[in-house]
Design a protein around this ligand. Structure first.
Ligand SMILES: [Ca+2]
Length: 138
C-alpha cells in the first residue's frame, strides 16, 4: 500500500467513525460532523464548511493546484525541488515554515520520503495528511 493510500485510510477511518453514528453510514450528518470536529479538532477556531467527501475532494484539488503552481517553476513539473518547496512555504504558509537553510534541509529530507532529491505529489500529500492527523488528534 502506498503512503498516500495509508494517509487517506486514516482520514477515511476518522470519517467512518463518525459517519456510522446515525443515518447513512457513508455520509456525515451535521450532528456527526459537529461531533467529529469537536472531538478530533478540539474547539474549531473558525466555522468549518466541509460536510461531505466531495468537499474533501475539493480540498484535495486545492492541494493539487498549489502543488502544480510551484512544481512547474523549474525542472520536472510533477515534483517539487527544494527551491520550489521553499517558495511554496514562504508564499502559501506566510513564512511559517523553516527559517534557516539547515532547518529547510531537515524539513525537505522529512518530506522526501524515498530520498530521490525531489518531493512528489504523493510525498507532499502524505505530509499534509500527516500534519492534518497530528494537529487533529488531541
Ligand atoms: Ca522524493
Amino acid at each position: 500500500m502506498s503512503q498516500l493510500m495509508q494517509a487517506m485510510d486514516v482520514l477515511r477511518a476518522i470519517f467512518d467513525k463518525y459517519a456510522g453514528k446515525e443515518g447513512d453510514k457513508d455520509t456525515l450528518t451535521k450532528k456527526e460532523l459537529a461531533e467529529l470536529l469537536r472531538t478530533e479538532l478540539g474547539e474549531p477556531k473558525f466555522s468549518y464548511k466541509f460536510a461531505t467527501m466531495s468537499q474533501l475532494m475539493q480540498a484535495m484539488d486545492l492541494l493539487r493546484a498549489i502543488f502544480d503552481k510551484y512544481a512547474g517553476k523549474e525542472g520536472d513539473k510533477d515534483t517539487l525541488t527544494k527551491k520550489e518547496l521553499a517558495e511554496l512555504l514562504r508564499i502559501e504558509f506566510s513564512g511559517a515554515g523553516p527559517q534557516s537553510k539547515v532547518e529547510m534541509d531537515k524539513f525537505f529530507g522529512m518530506l522526501d520520503n524515498d530520498g530521490d532529491g525531489v518531493v512528489s505529489f504523493e510525498e507532499y500529500v502524505t505530509f499534509v495528511a500527516a500534519i492534518t492527523v497530528i494537529s487533529t488528534s488531541k
